[in-house]
Design a protein around this ligand. Structure first.
Ligand code: ADP
Ligand code: MG
Length: 318
């Protein structure tokens, strides 16, 4: 079975004509007036694929918008407007009230206007199209990384994957730790302030939705470069660091999706400014590797040896 990305490449990828940037980044870009570009992206959550049917509706409302805001963050765009398309098996008032409350609270927190959408009966499916603004030429794209750039990530990785592993019975976490990890999975905090601050500092960026190795792999592919990542430098929670099962821990860290942190590359001379930005917005940022000539993501163990891994990111079809 071809991967999700092979499917997109084979059937749906055509060169952009009037768009500044088409298929292949976290959002498309369109010129609007002399100074601005519009960043547009869409992401859907499907019952049974992205969440269980009885998931908490308020959290689901939050996450439906959060995953879309995350793509704006990855572009360095300021999110402005959203469309919401819903397929619902039934019109259940308590569910709808809670879903709307979760969605709109996050929209208000980011000053995003819900300006339209579509509502229809069908298997539960939640789809947002989001629009954001970015000054012309200043968007953070996947294809602008340079050789020698540092590779950075924000926050901690692996907590959402750990929550999933716990739900699926692959690990057993203490209740308090499980609840904390579950918040990472259910209530991701889109890194919009970081994306905005990285304009002019970062060369390339992506949000981590499919796992670090896969998503950094997209930066590599689009920038025609490779990346070296020091496994020991990837920031993780105490719970993950203490996990006895190292293979689950490493899998969560390197291939766990749903963290919605940003991975970005920047010139070495930007280190101090990036550290200062992280301190200013209260979000730790970590240098985890470097861009190099070549292809693909190489994981290095603490001795600098290439780590032999069978770790893959999330792929809906592969
Ligand atoms: P992200 O994880 O940032 O939302 P995806 O991995 O879903 O991005 O998609 C990769 C790229 O392919 C994006 O630029 C997206 O807009 C594009 N894409 C995905 N599905 C389709 C499709 N059916 N038709 C055209 N473009 C698509
Ligand atoms: Mg993305």
């Amino acid at each position: 079975m071809p991967s999700e990305f092979q499917l997109i490449a084979r059937y749906f990828t055509r060169p952009a004509r009037r768009a500044v940037l088409g298929v292949g980044d976290d959002a498309a870009l369109f010129r609007v007036g002399k100074e601005m570009e519009l960043a547009v992206s869409t992401d859907m959550l499907v019952s049974g694929t992205h969440f269980v049917a009885d998931a908490d509706p308020r959290r689901l409302g939050h996450k439906t918008l959060a995953v879309n805001l995350s793509d704006m963050a990855a572009m360095g765009a300021r999110p402005r407007w959203a469309l919401l398309a819903l397929a619902l098996p039934e019109a259940e008032p308590a569910w709808l009230r809670a879903f709307a409350a979760g969605f709109l609270a996050l929209a208000d927190a980011h000053d995003v206007e819900l300006v339209g959408g579509d509502t229809t009966r069908g298997p539960l499916n939640l789809c947002v199209t989001i629009f954001g603004e970015v000054p012309r030429g200043r968007a953070l794209r996947r294809d602008r990384a340079r050789v020698g750039d540092d590779v950075w990530v924000s926050g901690e990785l692996g907590n959402a994957a750990l929550a999933l592993a716990n739900q699926q019975g692959r690990v057993r976490l203490p209740a308090a730790v499980a609840a904390r990890c579950l918040r990472s999975l259910d209530l991701p905090q889109p890194r919009v302030a970081l994306g905005l601050g990285l304009r002019g500092l970062a060369n390339a960026a992506i949000d981590i939705s499919d796992g670090l190795a896969a998503d950094l792999g997209h930066i590599c592919e689009r920038s025609c470069l490779g990346a070296d990542v020091w496994l020991g430098q990837i920031p993780c929670s105490k719970a993950l660091a203490k996990l006895v099962d190292r293979s689950v821990a490493e899998q969560a860290l390197v291939a766990g999706g749903d963290d919605y942190e940003l991975c970005f590359t920047a010139a070495v001379k930007r280190r101090a400014q990036i550290e200062a930005l992280g301190a200013r917005i209260g979000l730790p940022v970590h240098r985890i590797g470097a861009m190099r000539k070549g292809r693909g993501v190489r994981l290095l163990d603490p001795d600098g040896r290439v780590y032999d891994h069978q770790i893959r990111g999330f792929d809906h079809f592969g």
